[in-house]
Design a protein around this ligand. Structure first.
Ligand code: 0X9
Ligand code: ZN
Length: 751
């Protein structure tokens, strides 16, 4: 294969460079390529062929990888599509080194020329001292701890408040990963601007009078130094792993879900998690720093590159309890960046935006400490990657400082309000809802009152005090309301000084809003008896074994022993019944596809959703993880659209839900088909389905309920009389005129 011209959006700007070799780790023969990732298979292939992923594009369909000449030859024999970003990596690094040997003139401490080029550890340490020396009233040098090789991990405390004043604290740290030089520069710019603009910029002046900032630009000084002196692309710390390999990935070494997904046990790996959580002096020193500053309410951990604003979790794709708050502050940071330089950053949780990575600092900072924490991946988007051009450093650090300030304003409050469970977009009619609210107090004793404000259908605001549940958890009850109503809420926390903190922060301009609905189950198929119209295997299927069946399943390592049993009973639909003690491969899906097809289940109503419980195993056998489990929908039983694809094993019963709006026209029938496949020989594939439901949240229209409050009473009668002879909400039979039959319907349904 030659280098492919790619369709889709694989745009590659190539960094050109050439220069003579120099005396340090050579990257001769290495290049950086951007690979198109069209499938899980592509990801596995490139991960087997490259040992160093530079960037994170898995969910964007592409990513950059560093490859040797031999690896590139091997890649050329595969179907992987790629383009070359940096053809001669060694030459590019040599050119960068030469550039750095002739730094531009530095016009003194207030001159932004310092940010015209990346700076080594000595220059960073000198500038920290200079900043503390010019404004001792605002800045003090802090030493967080000592690295493995004995270097101090240094930073600054920056605040107009005297040391020891109770106040929320915000931590900006950078360069857990050595080669990410733009991140160190970003940390330095945050410190620099907070100090230099303290008396010039009113926003910064206000923040410094309320918040204690800590900036630690180089968490990994040994690695950072190594990337300047010896190996430009060094990432980890400098731990001698004792087997000829060096380095632990500090951002896999923190003790929150340490050892989970997305971290390696292999000391040679770039994501080696270390022998135990906090085994490394650098991460342990950071932990101790947090312990010594319990007022830290928020954190940004700067990395490079990819232009991402990432929130926890990294260890799982599940959302965290403050997902909505992280999203809104993340969106505000993105906006601040765009208005500073026009650059585009992507906002989202780590696990679903990037990849799974456990043992990272932000998961610990949020999960173990309750601080609102972000990983910020700064410039660029891959044209130069870690080898950021000089001219991009200043815009990079400026835009990220803008994001940091915005975050400080939104998260650096004496009280951080969050909802452990996202506010529901819909609430069941006639049922009271308990809302949980977490109030993190950075400065104990700062809260005067805690209130839930709510209103129904835009009427007047009602207030309810929050009740203490435990520690920092409170609750309030939203009373039951009728189907069709709209409920607005916000949380108001009044502070002792007279100001208040709200959630949403800009309430009542922004509100938490829920529609009151009544859930109706239109179809409920528990597979306990043979229901009419279901087909277990259909014409056109190609599987030679493991055809769908219904019954009480017999377990294998790939199949469940039990049904889901939302309904009492033991039966479900599943692929291939085996025998007790039989081989796992005895009755699994082999040789092709097998389909479980429904009859017409219900007539589509706006807002209807398909729910089903499923079990799926495809990660065992000779060709694991290559098959898919597909759910298809149809409005006529003949033309099918794929509505869901399961690629990874779910060897436990899981609930899935598909919103049918836009997939099935209102009034058409709803058909569903579950297709299990074994397209690659040697896989062990099993699937099962139980408790298929169609639910809808439309308000049941009771004839006579002219005002939609769930009751039929005198109010409805007077509405009806006022509409007599014309159209209106009391035209229950829909004939265009409110008349005798409508009155009769109302009276017969009188509450
Ligand atoms: O993989 C990482 O550690 C970060 N990306 S980088 O290219 N800079 O190495 C992302 C870290 C996401 N954060 C956590 N997993 N906590
Ligand atoms: Zn990093």
């Amino acid at each position: 294969m030659t280098v492919l011209l790619l369709t889709l959006s694989l745009i590659c700007h190539v960094a050109a460079a050439s220069a003579p070799p120099i005396d340090r780790v050579s990257y001769a023969g290495e290049s950086v390529i951007r690979v198109k990732l069209k499938s899980v298979r592509d990801v596995r292939l490139i991960e087997a062929l490259s040992t160093d992923m530079w960037s994170h594009g898995i969910y964007g369909g592409q990513a950059e990888y560093q490859v040797s000449r031999e690896q590139r030859i091997a890649i050329d024999t595969t179907s992987l599509e790629y383009c070359v970003m940096i053809d001669d990596l060694d030459a590019a690094i040599v050119a960068e080194g030469q550039r750095l040997e002739t730094p531009p003139a530095d016009g003194g401490v207030a001159d932004l020329a310092w940010f015209a080029q990346a700076k080594d550890l000595a220059a960073i340490n000198t500038r920290l001292d200079v900043l503390a020396a010019i404004r001792p009233d605002l800045a003090q040098v802090v030493v967080v701890g000592t690295s493995l090789e004995g270097r101090p991990i240094r930073g600054l405390r920056i605040s107009a408040l005297p040391v020891g004043t109770p106040a929320p604290a915000i931590l900006f740290d950078a360069t857990q990963h050595a080669r990410e030089w733009a991140a160190a520069m970003t940390g330095m710019f945050c410190a620099d601007q907070l100090i230099e603009l303290a008396d010039l910029d009113p926003r910064i002046h206000t923040l410094l009078s309320q918040i204690e900032f800590f900036v630690i630009p180089v968490v990994n000084p040994d690695g950072y130094n190594h990337s300047w002196t010896t190996a430009r692309l060094w990432r980890k710390n400098r731990r001698d792993n004792g087997n000829g390999t060096f380095g632990v990935d500090l951002n896999r070494n923190w003790d929150f879900q340490w050892g989970g997904a997305g971290a390696s046990t292999d000391p040679a790996s770039e994501t080696y998690r270390g022998p135990s959580a906090f085994s490394e002096p650098e991460s342990a020193a950071m932990r101790d720093f947090y312990a010594a500053h319990p007022n830290i309410v928020a954190n940004i951990d700067f990395h490079a590159y990819s232009q991402l604003i990432l929130a926890p979790w990294g260890y799982t794709t599940a959302p965290n309890a403050d997902a909505a708050l992280f999203q809104s502050i993340g969106d505000a940071m993105k906006g601040a960046i765009a208005s500073e330089t026009g650059a585009n950053y992507t906002v989202g949780p780590i696990g679903t935006t990037l990849y799974l990575a456990s043992g990272g600092s932000v998961d610990w900072s949020y999960g173990a400490r309750g601080a609102l924490s972000w990983t910020l991946e700064v410039r660029d988007t891959g044209a130069y990657g870690f080898l950021i051009p000089d001219a991009e450093i200043l815009p990079c650090v400026r835009e990220n400082f803008a994001a940091a300030l915005t975050m400080a304003e939104l998260a650096g409050r004496p009280v951080v309000i969050s909802l452990p469970t996202a506010f529901p977009s819909s609430i069941a009619s006639g049922v009271a809802t308990t809302l949980s609210v977490r109030l993190r107090e950075a400065v104990p004793g700062s809260i005067a009152t805690r209130t839930l404000m709510r209103r129904v259908n835009g009427q007047s605001w009602q207030s309810t005090p929050l009740t203490l549940v435990s520690a920092d958890l409170f609750s309030a009850v939203i009373p039951a309301a009728a189907c069709g109503a709209v409920i607005d809420c916000y949380i108001d926390v009044a502070l002792v000084g007279g100001s208040s903190v709200r959630y949403p922060a800009t309430a009542p301009a922004a509100l938490l809003t829920a529609a009151v609905v009544s859930e109706q189950v239109l179809v409920d198929e528990p597979f306990e008896v043979a229901a009419a119209g279901w087909s277990y295997g259909i014409a056109g299927d190609t599987a030679t074994s493991g055809v769908w069946t219904r019954g009480d399943p017999i377990a294998t390592i790939a199949q469940s022993e039990d049904d889901h049993s939302l309904a009492p009973g033991v039966q479900c639909a599943f692929t291939g019944q085996g025998t007790v003690g039989g081989a796992a491969g005895g009755a699994d899906v082999d040789g092709g596809i097998t389909s479980l097809r429904s009859p017409a289940l219900a007539s589509m109503q706006a807002g209807s959703r398909l729910q089903y419980w499923y079990w799926y195993s495809n990660n065992l056998g000779g060709a694991p993880n290559l098959d898919e489990f597909v759910v298809q929908l149809s409005a006529n039983g003949t033309t099918w659209t794929t509505a869901a694809t399961v690629q990874s094993s779910a060897t436990a019963w899981r609930l899935a839900e598909i919103a049918l709006d836009g997939l099935i026209p209102v009034g058409s029938s709803i058909f569903v088909k579950f297709v299990a496949q074994d397209l690659n020989s040697g896989s062990l594939v099993e699937a099962a389905i139980d408790d298929v439901r169609i639910v809808t949240t439309a308000c049941a229209t009771v004839a006579g309920d002219a005002n939609g409050d769930g009751m039929v009473n005198g109010q409805d009668l007077s509405i009806l009389l006022s509409q007599w002879g014309s159209a209106g909400s009391a035209d229950f039979d829909g004939d265009g005129s409110v008349a005798g039959p409508d009155l009769a319907a109302l009276l017969s349904n009188w509450s």
